[in-house]
Design a protein around this ligand. Sequence first.
Ligand SMILES: Cc1cc2nc3c(=O)[nH]c(=O)nc-3n(C[C@H](O)[C@H](O)[C@H](O)COP(=O)(O)O)c2cc1C
Length: 361
Amino acid sequence: MTVSDLFEPLPLLHGRPMRNRIMLAPLVTQQSEHDGSASPFDKDWYRQVADAGYALVQTGATTVEASGIAYGRQLGIHSDAHLPGLTEIAKSIREGGALSAVQLHHAGHRANPLLGGIPAPASRHTIPGIAALSIDEIERIRDSFITAAQRAEQAGFEGISIHGAFGWILSEFMSPMLNDRTDQYGGSIENRARFTIEVIEGIRAHTNPDFQIGWRLSIERYGLRLEELREITGEILDREIIDYLDLALWDSNQIVQEGSYQGKSMLSVFTSLPRKRVRVGAAGKIKSAQRAAEVMEEGADYVLIGRAGILERDFPRLLQADHHHVSPPIPVTAKYLRDTGLSERFINHLRGWPYFVRPEH
Ligand SMILES: Cc1cc2nc3c(=O)[nH]c(=O)nc-3n(C[C@H](O)[C@H](O)[C@H](O)COP(=O)(O)O)c2cc1C
């Protein structure tokens, strides 16, 4: 793979193709209104990234239920009241020429009660005094993911991406540490993956034939087991029930430290699976076209850009214009971020990330 391959189009199973191999990673910005409606700052941010040259722009984690909230001022898609703002965002992204998606999120046991969240654990032992979700509640949340996807479609988004990473509800159910259920949603990996698969299949059944479905998976922490995740991913790829898989690595170069894949790159554990027509991408410290080409050389079809896309709004265009361009080092000052066009709300959110915003004295 060479750098110029980054700018080759990539057909997806449904809908329009990606125009190149660079996708904006989902990024929570904490700049929405308190009820989850898109604020002028959200609209501004998505307008900026819509014009940056990405193949696909997705929202940050967006709540499918008010009770599944994790962050203050998190974008919402749990009510029809969110439609006008989301419609504007989808329109800007389309006008910029990228595909659009909403990242569908429910925080599960990590829902924040201070924000109206109701912790929704898979197991009764996860949070003392809080019962495990009943089957009815699981079905309700599954249906909220499906309704949210329909709402995304109504707003004009070309797809959704299901947040199955970082211990949030779907990844929580996948984990033998956080899921000790003995019903059809617990026990074997097939049962622990049932929630995810029902969400994917439900969305496919209730949206138009062109609608695109992405699935974000993380592998580390929360008691997740690599071998099991590989097995279930293999099944999802083989059944072609998603358009793209997004491996949420913090470092796309990460090496497996234990178990049967010890010494191999995490990426290769997944890119070595037969994937039929499903596309596989990865995030994690991709700061240059050279690094992106290496990730594709390891078998990824596309890359996701997170922090580099915050530091330079038109990062894909910069890579295309100069194949040697490298994202600036972090931390940066708040002034730097402000000058790139970020809102104070977003900058405040970034202050919570390690090594991002240099403290001012
Ligand atoms: C400010 C910020 C917000 C993020 N928000 C989300 C999010 O809403 N959903 C998600 O799945 N990942 C989120 N992530 C993780 C990124 O999508 C990405 O996977 C990670 O930052 C690694 O890519 P990078 O090295 O290019 O930043 C966030 C990361 C950052 C830095």
